[in-house]
Design a binder for this molecule. Structure first.
Ligand SMILES: [Zn+2]
Length: 119
């Protein structure tokens, strides 16, 4: 698998940020992680956040890019962002897989991280 591309100041992520009323947003489209309100360094410093978005990358690969986007949007329309099953899966992955993205550092306090506490 190719490593994902990280795109800062993404207009797509900016729209998601406005919709979700969030200070910073990462949004996966295919094999790219789009950021708004956070730099690449801020994103990579949060292993919970990286693990969450890597789960979305896997979801895109498992379902196919266009089918996944479609399923994700239908699911969001039906049950909302938080209860979306793809978000629930990514929240779980964020907690379980964070150690994979912490490098040689010990895992930071999840409460201090963007995705660690709330996902
Ligand atoms: Zn997510």
């Amino acid at each position: 698998m190719k490593p994902p591309r990280i795109i800062e100041n993404s207009p797509f992520a900016r729209i998601a940020r406005i919709v979700l009323q969030s200070r910073s947003v990462a949004m996966v489209l295919g094999n790219s992680i789009h950021l708004s309100g956070a730099t690449r360094e801020q994103f990579l410093r949060d292993p919970y956040w990286v693990a969450h978005e890597m789960c979305h990358i896997r979801q895109f690969q498992e379902h196919g890019h266009v089918p996944f986007l479609w399923k994700y949007l239908i699911e969001s329309a039906r049950v909302g962002y938080f209860n979306n099953r793809f978000e629930a899966e990514a929240r779980l992955a964020g907690r379980l897989d964070a150690h994979l993205y912490a490098g040689t550092e010990p895992l930071p306090d999840p409460e201090q991280m963007h995705k660690g506490a709330r996902g």
